[in-house]
Design a protein around this ligand. Structure first.
Ligand code: HEC
Length: 97
């Protein structure tokens, strides 16, 4: 009997730990798990929103670490949502070799 309970709870833990992975598209924040579509969207947002006040910056002109700080100050200027912020960041970083 104990074994059955143990197996049942193990299964429950497995299910619980797998569930978030199937919902990546709706998860607002998370580790860098952007899909190619989200990166493509990031590119579009970047091209539409980031060249308004200044020349469109060159993604390769800054390191991925510099982009964190740049995006933190520019995302509010461009009125990006947290998701858009993430996608644009993932796009500019993806351009780097
Ligand atoms: C509302 C106007 C505005 C928008 C929209 C805007 N920026 Fe900027 N950006 C500025 C200003 C002003 C500066 C220069 C002063 C500063 O660094 O805050 C700047 C500077 C920069 C720099 C140079 C930083 C450096 O250290 O040399 C980069 C790169 C940049 N922006 C990227 C972006 C990106 C990416 C976006 C889109 C998410 C964006 N900007 C949207 C106003 C804007």
């Amino acid at each position: 009997m104990k074994k059955i309970i143990a197996v049942a709870s193990f299964t429950a833990i497995l299910l619980a730990s797998c569930t978030p992975k199937t919902q990546t598209s709706t998860a607002p924040v998370g580790p860098a798990t952007s899909t190619a579509e989200q990166i493509a969207q990031g590119k579009t947002i970047f091209e539409n929103s980031c060249g308004k006040c200044h020349k469109l910056p060159e993604p390769t002109a800054f390191s991925s670490v510099q982009w964190v700080g740049i995006m933190n100050s520019m995302a509010p200027k461009a009125k990006l949502t947290d998701e858009q912020h993430q996608w644009v960041y993932d796009y500019v970083v993806s351009v780097k070799k």
